[in-house]
Design a protein around this ligand. Structure first.
Ligand code: CA
Length: 97
């Protein structure tokens, strides 16, 4: 059991090593990362902003969806989406769409 855990630690350490990171493609744009973090937002973005129906978001589609989400979520129009605004918008999307 201890050995298995040690092996898992090694695998995780290897996955996080700079060499492994260097093999990754270009960094994910912030807009796309927003949707990759949250399946509710991803489903919503794909439903309304996957313009070419590729079942993935291009940088432009991600940016459009992120702008739309910001408009929905930033109810006090201060230019920022607080955690509370994020949760409320997510909940609205989840129940409405
Ligand atoms: Ca706000």
């Amino acid at each position: 059991m201890v050995l298995v855990r040690a092996c898992l630690m090694l695998v995780l350490a290897a996955a996080a090593s700079p060499a492994a990171m260097a093999a990754q493609p270009a960094p994910t744009p912030a807009a796309l990362a927003l949707f990759q973090r949250d399946w509710v937002l991803m489903n919503w973005a794909l439903k309304y902003y996957d313009a070419d129906d590729s079942i993935s978001l291009s940088p432009a589609e991600s940016a459009a969806a992120a702008d739309a989400f910001r408009t929905i979520a930033d109810v006090d129009r201060d230019g920022r989406v607080t955690p509370e605004e994020y949760r409320a918008a997510r909940e609205a999307i989840l129940t409405r769409d």
